[in-house]
Design a protein around this ligand. Structure first.
Ligand SMILES: [Zn+2]
Length: 148
């Protein structure tokens, strides 16, 4: 592992070439920088050992390639795309979190509700329903609608 200032770099970590740096210059715990074939995961140092967060960010890189590098624009301009993208990434993170439980699930749901500018476009129930679908759960639309 090389050292570059405060950040250390190692690659590749996941299925596609990218590097990972650890820096406190992140909005939440982690984020990705995407520019064509150049991709980077930035993770806050306190989450350095959080493999599930790395998996979350790696999912966005996979989306970047799956959308022929248009992920950034879709994510920025389409609330529906952003909702699906984050629900899938949090589902990946939940499935990768050791001993993830209902509490973990609720923490992730709250992140979906309070960040990403989604609540302006979708109801609480719609966001939770979308997350449940990403987690592979069966959803009862009547029950989900009551939560709104
Ligand atoms: Zn994300």
């Amino acid at each position: 592992m090389r050292k570059r200032g405060r950040a250390s770099v190692s690659f590749p970590r996941f299925w596609i070439l990218h590097d990972v740096i650890y820096t406190d210059d992140v909005r939440l715990g982690g984020q990705v920088s995407l520019f064509g074939p150049w991709t980077r995961i930035k993770i806050h140092p306190k989450y350095k050992d959080d493999i599930a967060l790395h998996a979350h960010e790696a999912h966005h890189i996979a989306e970047h390639w799956a959308t022929y590098w248009t992920h950034y624009f879709r994510y920025k301009y389409s609330p529906t795309y952003r909702l699906n993208s984050e629900c899938a990434a949090y589902a990946k993170q939940w499935h990768t979190t050791p001993n993830a439980d209902g509490e973990t699930r609720e923490v992730f749901a709250r992140y979906l509700l309070t960040h990403y500018d989604l609540i302006r476009h979708f109801s609480d129930g719609a966001i939770r329903r979308s997350f449940a679908i990403s987690l592979g759960e069966k959803t009862n639309t009547k029950t989900a609608a009551k939560r709104t």
